[in-house]
Write a protein of this length. Sequence first.
Length: 303
Amino acid sequence: MQNRILFIAENDRNFLIRAMMKSLSDAEYDVQFLQPEVYQVTMYEHRNDFPNLFILYLEGSENRYERFFSYIKQMMSEQGKNRHLFLIGNPAEINTAYKTIPRTCVDHAFQRPVSTEDLLWHLHQVSAEYRYDEEQDSANHDAVVNSSWYNILLVDDDVTQLHAMQRWFSKRFNAFVASSGMETVAFLKHTHVDLILLDYEMPGLSGLDVLQMLRSEPSTANIPVIFLTGTDDKKTVMSILSAKPSGYLLKSMPPAILVQNVDDFFEKRGREMSQTRRKGHSVAPYDIDISDFDSVEGELEEL
């Protein structure tokens, strides 16, 4: 069922919809088309091959989908069903959907025109995975911990991205996860970590807010933090650097490069601490060397 998609739209004769469905089929997804009618989906829902991936293509008047939105909300909220919903529409149509369907029930909303590559990337992230919020406790508390590996905490409000990162980093580290700032603080009360990879932009408590909270507590003040960001414009980078983290990484980096950067971070820290011990000086376990940021600031000033 992970590779089956229920594509819900008004008209499958629409050229853009047909092209999108063909791209999905070419990517080896089994695509089933249905109109946004409750009775049609209800009849299909009782089949053994009912998909867990849903694309709702919004087009038409607000009242057209009112009853269907309520049905989708109920279907996505049903416990233990491992379902993923993607919306496609213009901003007004998407905002209308959000009036009934909670944002937490939507994996991603795409504005038309849709990039097929972007759509497929998000589908690939969940097609072979289960929803993070249904398995969070087992992911953090039932995982086998390798005592010889570093502990890292991944923090991101995008649960799809978060679970994907946990899979990438778990090959080299004991990778734990949190989907908000408050979950981060609560987790660190009972678990030691060697590094935090922290999403810079989160609703509620932002990455900067979380960093300030961590530094205000003696037990977490010296944990190194590397920011994760989806943008690399000058304003964002300067804001990140002003907080003096241990670094920042772009979310768009290939998984192997992200993991390698964390590997390099621990290797460099190990060399620095070894040199300090040989010189006979004491050092805080997580002293931050910000010299690397000076050159970055210089380069940004030239932009």
